[in-house]
Design a protein around this ligand. Sequence first.
Ligand code: TXA
Ligand code: MG
Length: 325
Amino acid sequence: MRTEPIPATDEGIARASERLREGDILAFPTETVYGLGADARDEAAVRRVFEAKGRPAVNPLIVHVPDLDAAARHVVVDERARRLAAAFWPGPLTLVLPLRDGHGIAPSVTAGLSTLAVRAPSHPVARRLLEAFGGPVAAPSANRSGRVSPTRPEHVRAQLDGRIPWILEAGPSEVGLESTIVDLSGPEPVLLRTGAVTAEALERVVGPVARSTGEPDRPRAPGQMLRHYAPSVPVRLDATDVRPGEAWLGFGPGPTPPGAVASANLSPSGDLAEAARNLYDLLQALDRPGVSGIAVAPVPTAGLGEALVDRLRRAAAASARPPAG
Ligand code: TXA
Ligand code: MG
């Protein structure tokens, strides 16, 4: 299979939505990371997404919709969901809600759960695609299962070239980290994955939000237990020096320690949003021949830093052990 680019023009977006309607899968930009989309009602198309990624069938997908009204065709929307959607949609927040009767979602999307993860992306190209397509789009991040998420079309191509037919191409994703996921299927909201919408921001809208453990080994989101966000070489956190063969990934204005075989900086000025935007690009850029490990400078955990450090910890944990499943 050849992987063809589609430009994000009016004509390109119309073509992309036509491909989805025909049961094809395609990578497309969102503000968080690039997704690999399929018609969420089409079981055969959804299965092709799992196959292209090498994703375990037990790991459910997020369904992308233009707004809460569209989500309400598939899930039961309560007052908390209405408030969160009013505050953060369109944007980098995913809500897990109970499936409703007649939801029409293909069984593989939910991996057999009675809940569905839904999100309304804010990226203008994603929004135009959803509008042109007119239905729910199931989309995990457009990486090979267990690898680093793509924030640029080149990253998608590097991992999925020859495995998917189309990439709807736009520039780099603005947020750079996957969406925040909050589970509203129980009596108390539970934060399943941190992201650009912080726990504090959620709590201002819906009151107390329980944290899932956040430990890579003790997941609440089914997919969080899997090997995830992993470069191919070991990642060492809170480093203040580099060891032989290591590349340096800095944060803030400090100097690169002597001896690094390569180096990059998440944000020379110490800006967390910039660091989030750059994280996956720089991890992928440093993961190259001649580099036997990546030493990462300390990153503060306040605000957006919590999500950033979460992804770094997962990268470190995953790259330190062999693939699970
Ligand atoms: O920012 C994002 O969310 C990106 C873009 C493309 O929208 N998508 C993304 O998808 O990160 P993915 O598949 O890489 O991560 C989805 C996460 C997985 O950890 C999965 O287990 C969890 O969402 N998830 C999906 N459905 C769920 C459900 N019903 N209950 C709990 N967790 C769920
Ligand atoms: Mg992913």
